[in-house]
Design a protein around this ligand. Structure first.
Ligand SMILES: Cc1ncc(COP(=O)(O)O)c(C=O)c1O
Length: 338
């Protein structure tokens, strides 16, 4: 029986080429700023997105949490969609790390707009209210089923944030999936965001790591926060080398994952046990099941297919580097037999 792991795009293993790049990395002590491969990755990622500087961190949770710390003061409030990773899946870190509260919006599959944000910005002169200081967007939106913002969607939000003196952070865990779908250029992003978190260990297939991008002063402070959180790594260049390799070799192939997601979405939409399939714009397919998701997951696992439930009747399939065409074919066939 074939095994197909559709739980997450975080499950990929390094390719031989990536392992070779890691093996031959030139490293130093990154806490002393002496790891040339880490420095190269930070500079490369910053240049790609039109930002001044970067900071390599162990995880996307850490880059997001550091950004929130950099862009807020204790007692402030941030605005985000209710599905957002920073709010739901980072262990309450917004409150714990930054002593900040969260105002939640309900966007279209996680995508919020300037019109939705503006009325939620608190009156700074009224001491009843926390000071609104930050807006966080996620692109693609994980819990929105990989839904994307275009730059045209983002521009009015960035303009509003500038007008109101708010910082704007992007959780770009899957930003390259969004770019592959929208066709927007990465380089244009820097002018709209104060901070961007880019994950290397999701669709890009690196084993570890995310990069926080911002201006030089923010990154200088972010480096201090990373140390406090225990994220100062030493010969991290072995990991950064995987990140550089991923940026060079695994960005262009994301469209393959998107095509695979489309095939799965179409196959699912023809099954009587599927209530509805959400639009699969990128590499995530969300679908609602007639029976409890738990029961469907059990049947899938009996056929060697691993997936996750995101709600009592909702299942998520995620395509990635280690899901090959013959595995997609196998899943399509297995779905019919379920
Ligand atoms: C949208 C989003 N942001 C941030 C993260 C956090 O990344 P990490 O698992 O590296 O902490 C994830 C992880 O799945 C994610 O999906």
């Amino acid at each position: 029986m074939m095994t197909v792991d559709l739980r997450s795009d975080t499950v990929t293993k390094p390719t031989p080429g990536m392992l070779e790049a890691m093996w031959s990395a030139r490293v130093g002590d990154d806490v002393f700023g002496e790891d040339e491969t880490v420095n190269a990755l930070e500079a490369k990622a910053a240049a790609m997105f039109g930002m001044e500087a970067g900071l390599f961190c162990p995880s996307g949770t850490m880059t997001n949490q550091i950004a929130i710390k950099c862009f807020t003061q204790p007692l402030d409030e941030l605005i985000a969609d209710q599905r957002s990773h920073v709010y739901r899946y980072e262990g309450g870190g917004i409150a714990f790390n930054s002593a900040v509260s969260t105002r939640l919006l309900d966007g279209d599959r996680g995508r919020i707009t300037a019109e939705m944000i503006e009325p939620e910005i608190n009156d700074i002169n009224n001491v009843h209210y926390p000071r609104t200081s930050l807006v966080v967007l996620e692109n693609t939106v994980n819990k929105g089923g990989g839904s994307c913002y275009t730059l045209e969607d983002i521009k009015p939000i960035a303009t509003l944030c500038k007008q109101k003196g708010l910082k704007l952070h992007l959780d770009g865990a899957r930003i390259f999936n969004a770019l592959a779908h929208t066709g927007d250029p990465a380089i244009a992003y820097g002018q709209y965001f104060d901070g961007i978190s880019v994950c290397l260990s999701k669709g890009l297939g690196a084993p570890v790591g995310s990069v926080l991008l911002a201006d030089k002063d923010t990154i200088k402070y972010a480096r201090r926060v990373r140390k406090v959180l225990g994220g100062g790594m030493r010969q991290a260049g072995f990991l950064a080398a995987a990140g550089i390799y991923a940026l060079d070799h695994h960005v262009h192939r994301l469209t393959v994952d998107h095509a695979h997601a489309q095939i799965l979405a179409e196959a699912l939409s023809n099954q009587s046990w599927v209530e509805q399939v959400l639009p699969a714009d990128t590499n995530i397919v969300l679908f609602d099941t007639v029976q409890p998701a738990k029961e469907v997951l059990q049947k899938l696992s009996e056929k060697g297919i691993k997936a996750n439930a995101t709600d009592a009747h909702r299942i998520r399939f995620v395509t990635h580097l280690d899901v090959h065409p013959e595995q997609v074919e196998y899943v399509v066939k297995a779905l019919k037999e379920l």
